[in-house]
Design a protein around this ligand. Structure first.
Ligand code: DGL
Length: 269
């Protein structure tokens, strides 16, 4: 048993790194569905079926708790999974809620009615599937009132990152920020609503300028998982950490090593 961490590809490693730093004694099994990435251009049904198959693989590996380190899966599949699929005794958590709780100045798990918050104009950068799900706006509306959200679907960024083409990824980030600014000239805060984007955080911050607060998920998700595991220590388990992929292990290992700047060895899922 260990805690499972899932993403369509390499983006979830940004979350995994923060989890490892925050919870050094917890073993994590990471699964990248590289053969089917990117998810962000797929239909909700497709994302649901791929995500349940991947999470089942992590349950089979002995995990009782799986973190969807993927906004696209969290947005398009998590609610449906929780309502009708997650087996008794297992738990699946997403990455949206911790971010929104931090942005709306709430304690983790505070379910009190929505209220006014300091931030009023928020730019959301995410995959096309996450943007069209409107899951971010829905979760925000449960917690805050009077917040204006402008969403920008960042086509192409995930593919460029998965291909290791960071020059293209940077150029795309600049053009998506320009497109966002044409709709919302002065956002106060920007949400990087895709776990691949922290790899481009400097490019987002440079394009947005120093006056915009950039909310990035890894440390927020790590804090909220630490809080969850304190309340549910039975979900930690023991076991071997592992990196699994549905893609080519050699290629995925070399990209992962390049991104995280430490040797990572993936094996076939
Ligand atoms: N990194 C994922 C996310 O947070 C998935 C991106 C994709 O596969 O398109 O949305």
């Amino acid at each position: 048993m260990a805690v499972g961490v899932f993403d369509s590809g390499l983006g979830g490693l940004t979350i995994l790194s923060a989890l490892e730093r925050r919870l050094p004694d917890v073993p994590f099994v990471y699964l990248a569905d590289s053969a089917n990435a990117p998810y962000g251009v797929r239909t909700p049904d497709d994302i649901y079926h791929l995500t349940t198959a991947a999470v089942q693989r992590l349950f089979d590996a002995g995990c009782d708790l799986v973190v969807l380190a993927c906004n696209t899966a969290s947005a398009a599949a998590l609610r449906r999974m929780q309502e009708s699929w997650v087996p008794e005794g297992k738990r699946v958590l997403g990455v949206f809620v911790p971010l929104i709780e931090a942005m709306t100045e709430r304690q983790w798990g505070d379910n009190s009615p929505p209220r006014e918050v300091a931030v009023k104009h928020v730019a959301l950068f995410a995959t096309p599937a996450t943007v069209s799900s409107r899951a971010f706006q829905r979760e925000l509306a449960f917690r805050a009132i009077g917040v204006d959200v402008e969403a920008q679907a960042c086509g192409g960024v995930v593919d460029a990152i998965e291909e290791g083409d960071m020059i293209l990824a940077e150029a795309l980030v600049r053009s998506h920020v320009d497109a966002l600014r044409r709709k919302m000239p002065d956002p106060e805060a920007a949400v990087l609503g895709c776990t691949h984007y922290p790899l481009m955080e400097d490019a987002f911050q440079a394009a947005l300028g120093p006056g915009v607060t950039v909310f990035s998920q890894p440390s927020l998700v790590a804090d909220s998982l630490a809080d969850y595991l304190e309340r549910h220590p039975d979900k930690i388990g023991t076991g071997e950490a592992a990196f699994l992929t549905t893609g080519d292990p050699a290629q995925v290992s070399s990209r992962a090593t390049q991104f995280l700047r430490r040797g990572i060895q993936f094996t076939a899922a």
